[in-house]
Design a protein around this ligand. Structure first.
Ligand code: PLP
Length: 397
């Protein structure tokens, strides 16, 4: 299916959307499967962990309750908004107003795309990370925005260098987008960095959008800071959360936004024209998870940590030394020395070994030279993938 330039019905907005590298990867996967190879798919961050039992029980119960069957208006989302506020208070020590500072989303991806439509006009400028989650670029094109890329580079810990943003660009920017723990680089930030970015956005009257789906995928003692705990952040920032990552409910499509009341009111208005909120039963599942799944969340974080350890160790044995991330469900690895093109590497690897990785270039120009492993299989499967990589690299060398 193509919605590109040859599609006579595609709007200019749609034509401006970048092609997805993942579609080509999907074809490579199909060819590997046709050759009878066992596929180890580490290319997509779709969790293989089951949602919390309490969430599934709440959803099952809701399907027996006819009161959940109808359209869900904003008032119907109140239990979820209250649960989000209480969770935020427990986690970060402040309780957003459930009426004005919390808004349910049909996944954070939906929330981001509609937030752009709600708070910008075509031609406005957005500061966005490169590399970054690919759907950002599609949403930015859809909203008709001018993209000013903030390179996330290894020497700077994959943080944007705010001091290198030209004054004129900062003055014109309507939105600054960032996401930590980061996909794809697995970088994390400190409170001090959050302070700096809030001050920057306040000084230039920029809406700071912090995409925060990996708040719970943290290892060891690391705790991911919320931008909203910084002084004055609620004047200038919105944070996007996702049950896809915190509670492994990616297919259920539920998330929430917390932050600036004006931005959320504008977003609610757009959503009023576009959707009718997520099914109430799924909202009940999210409430149950927010209220009763803390132990599951901590246990699963340890599961991902063990996977990280297994993969990084097995890659090390293969002679591929990669940094040990403190959070996210990814390992971001510079390509082995003999390779320069991440896309060619990932395609050849998939077709020869069945191991599928995401090529760095899929995340933006600055992602070239890297591949991303998603930790979505058990340790023994990750070790098997690393062993196949070793054979492949020897064959290719
Ligand atoms: C950084 C980032 N944002 C958003 C999403 C999508 O989240 P959701 O399922 O809530 O739309 C993902 C999914 O991988 C992601 O990595």
């Amino acid at each position: 299916m193509s919605a590109g330039r040859s599609n006579r019905f595609a709007s200019k907005r749609v034509q401006a959307m970048p092609e997805s590298v993942f579609a080509t990867m999907d074809r490579a996967k199909a060819r590997a499967r046709a050759q009878g190879l066992e596929i180890i798919d580490l290319s997509i961050g779709s969790s293989d962990v089951a949602p919390p039992v309490v969430a599934l029980a709440a959803l099952r119960a809701a399907t027996h309750n006819p009161e959940t069957y109808g359209y869900c208006l904003h008032t119907g989302t109140e239990p979820l908004r209250r649960a989000v506020s209480a969770w935020t208070a427990r986690r970060f020590g402040f309780a957003p107003d459930p009426e004005t500072q919390v808004l349910p989303l049909i996944g954070s991806q939906e929330g981001f795309a509609n937030l752009l439509l709600a708070t910008t006009d075509p031609g406005d400028l957005i500061l966005a990370p490169d590399p970054g989650y690919p759907s950002y670029y599609g949403a930015i094109a859809l909203a008709g925005l001018e993209l000013a890329r903030m390179p996330l580079l290894e020497p700077n810990g994959y943080l944007p260098d705010l001091s290198s943003i030209p004054t004129e660009t900062a003055r014109r920017a309507k939105i600054l987008l960032m996401s930590y723990p980061n996909n794809p680089t697995a970088a994390v930030v400190t409170d001090a960095f959050m302070r700096e970015v809030v001050a920057f956005c306040r000084a230039h009257t920029i809406l700071l959008v912090h995409d925060f789906p990996y708040v719970d995928t943290v290892y060891g003692d690391y705790r991911a800071p919320s931008v909203l705990t910084q002084l004055g952040a609620l004047d200038t920032a919105v944070e996007l959360y996702s049950a896809s990552k915190s509670f492994h409910m990616g297919g259920f499509r539920i998330g929430w936004a917390v932050g600036n009341a004006d931005a959320l009111a504008a977003l609610a208005k757009v959503k009023g024209a576009v959707d009718f909120n997520q099914y109430l039963g799924i909202q009940h599942a999210a409430v149950a998870a927010l209220e009763g799944a803390e132990a599951d969340v901590r246990r699963v974080a340890k599961t991902f940590q063990a996977r990280r350890d297994a993969l990084v160790e097995a890659l090390g044995v293969s002679g591929w030394s990669v940094p040990l991330p403190q959070a996210s469900m990814y390992v971001w690895a510079p390509l082995p020395r003999a390779h320069a093109d991440s896309f060619a590497f990932a395609l050849a690897l998939a077709e020869t070994t069945g191991v599928c990785l995401a090529p760095g270039r899929a995340f933006g120009e600055q992602g070239e030279g890297y591949v991303r492993f998603a930790l979505v299989r058990p340790p023994e499967v990750l070790a098997r993938a690393a062993a196949r990589l070793r054979e492949f690299a020897e064959v290719e060398a």
